[in-house]
Design a protein around this ligand. Structure first.
Ligand code: ZN
Length: 457
């Protein structure tokens, strides 16, 4: 089967390969479901009881939101990473617990930016909501925040009572659907009370969510500088986007995963790597940083070199020069394949969406010299075509014309839906098959890919 793809054009090749991998079934989520939602939030940590709290949350499959202090966060980088990994929302409580209303604009920004940099090292949703210390804000704080300001609706005064029973009762006596509960994970009594409250409220049918998920499920799109205390059910009560452990995968069964041949291709050739636990996590969403690294490594594997002349001058605020991703990100930017958000941010820890994948596929093949024409009069027929970002339209058109990407059963493209690591591995393998002969005609690899017609994505 050597050089099986040599005579096939890139477009045809990609069309055959990618056709099956990206259809997406819309998640069934009613506009007004019967959910009772609570967001637990923890301020002032991390501290010496935080890992015990994380253990308790994990046992109960409960995500929380941590408004960490930068001054504490720098001592616990591993705990921050654990929070992100276990599905919690990482957020900011400023660097030094400053009363922001007493600071100048530049003072406020430095409190926020210093903390943001520490949080960025741990990843997570890079919005990094802010809880101003003492709940204290004014118009200057709002305009400098660069993120939503999250207050609370239930305050058991755990810092004052330091008594598990009292704190538990204070919460249970006050709590209602949509509340944001304020606690501090620097007190063991608060950690114990939080776990008690979870058990009691779960028994009453409450579901625990992060603050960002609480807002999303109540139809609220938070704005930078906006102030949020709770999210009551005002007629929009959505279901879960991704259940807590839906993306978990039993790694011992990896060889029976639908994308196993692509996963093997990606792992065996160093295009993607396992995480620190040795897991590939095929059903987790891939980050933009990991996808950039995969494309760069794929390019090298295909015989190319990351030597774009302007690479050295490229800088992103969220990618440090010493990051393992730095060269890959610079190359994808210099080659025009992934250019970042245009505001100095690459979005390295953000998930790669379907529309981003589409434009990357088009640009990568074009960069490798493959034909990517789809015809000037090609029209997208998806119901939600108008929601495709303007910069992604050509990529979606290309992938759609070539049959690489399809809509869901309702005729929607779902451009903002995230891409899993298994899908990314599959794309990497198929990009290799599509571009390898063009890039290095004398060095085509002897691979024999297997095709799956109906991949359950
Ligand atoms: Zn505080």
């Amino acid at each position: 089967m050597k050089k099986i793809f040599k005579k096939i054009t890139a477009l045809f090749c990609a069309a055959v390969m990618l056709a099956a991998i990206l259809p997406y079934s819309a998640l069934a989520a009613g506009k007004n479901g019967n959910y009772k939602l609570i967001a637990l939030t923890f301020d002032d940590g991390p501290g010496r009881y935080t890992s015990q709290l994380l253990d308790g949350l994990k046992e109960r499959n409960v995500p929380a939101t941590f408004f960490v202090l930068g001054s504490n966060a720098k001592s616990y980088p591993d705990l921050l990473k654990r929070m992100v990994k276990e599905g919690h929302q990482l957020a900011s409580h400023t660097y030094s617990h400053a009363q922001l209303t007493t600071l100048s604009s530049s003072g406020i920004k430095s409190e926020i930016n210093n903390t943001r940099n520490l949080l960025a090292a741990a990843g997570g949703d890079q919005t990094y909501y802010i809880r101003p210390p003492y709940g204290s804000y004014n118009s200057t704080v709002k305009s400098c925040a660069g993120a939503p300001l999250i207050l609370w609706s239930v305050d058991p005064e755990d810092w004052k009572y330091r008594n598990t029973t009292t704190v538990t009762n204070n919460i249970m006596n006050a709590v209602q659907d949509g509340d944001i509960i304020l606690l501090h994970d620097i007190y063991s009594t608060s950690v114990n009370a939080a776990l008690n409250v979870i058990d009691k409220l779960k028994a009453k049918g409450y579901e625990f969510v992060t603050v960002s998920e609480l807002l999303r499920r109540r139809g609220i799109t938070p704005e930078n500088g906006g102030v949020y205390y709770r999210a009551k059910n005002n007629g929009i009560n959505l279901g879960p986007k991704v259940p807590w452990d839906e993306t978990a995968y039993d790694e011992s069964k990896l060889s029976s995963h639908w994308a196993y041949s692509a996963i093997s291709f990606a792992l065996d050739n160093g295009i993607m790597t396992r995480n620190s636990d040795g897991a590939f996590a095929p059903n987790k969403y891939i980050t933009r940083g990991d996808f950039a690294a995969a494309l760069a490594k794929l390019y090298i594997y295909s015989g190319g070199a990351l030597n774009e002349p302007e690479m050295e001058s490229i800088k992103f605020k969220d990618v440090s020069e010493t990051s393992a991703y730095a060269d890959y990100v610079k190359w994808t930017a210099a080659s025009g394949i992934m250019a970042g958000y245009g505001n100095g941010i690459f979005g390295i820890n953000d998930f790669l969406t379907r529309e981003q994948m589409a434009i990357c596929v088009e640009r990568y093949l074009k960069y490798c010299g493959c034909e990517t024409d789809y015809g000037a009069d090609f029209t997208l027929k998806y119901n939600d075509a108008s929601s495709i970002a303007s910069w992604a339209v050509s990529g979606v058109k290309y992938c759609s014309a070539a049959g690489l990407l399809k809509g869901d059963n309702d005729g929607n493209f779902t451009p903002k839906k995230n891409t899993t690591r298994a899908q990314a591995a599959t794309t990497a393998m198929r990009l290799f098959e599509s571009s390898a002969d063009i890039m290095s005609p004398s060095e085509s690899e002897d691979i024999e890919p297997t095709y799956t017609e109906d991949i359950p994505v």
